[in-house]
Design a protein around this ligand. Sequence first.
Ligand SMILES: [Zn+2]
Length: 79
Amino acid sequence: MSINYPPSVSGFEYEIAGGNSFDSVRAETCYNEDCKMFEVEDVESDVEIETRYDTEYFSWECPTCKVSRDIENNVEGER
Ligand SMILES: [Zn+2]
C-alpha cells in the first residue's frame, strides 16, 4: 500500500511537509527611541527563524527594552 495523494499533490507542499524553522541568534539594531541601546549598536538576541525560499522571517526582541519587531532578511547569495 502506498500513500495516495490527489493527482496534483506531491506530499512535499509547504502545508504538508511543514515550514523550515530553527532557533538561532541574530544581531539587530533597536529602533525604540526610549531604549538606551537605540541605534547604538547591533544587539544579539535569541530568535526563532522561519525560512521560505531565500528569505528568513523572525521576530527580534530587544533584550534591553523588550520591544520586538518583525524582520524579513533576504539571505540570497549568503550560502
Ligand atoms: Zn531596545
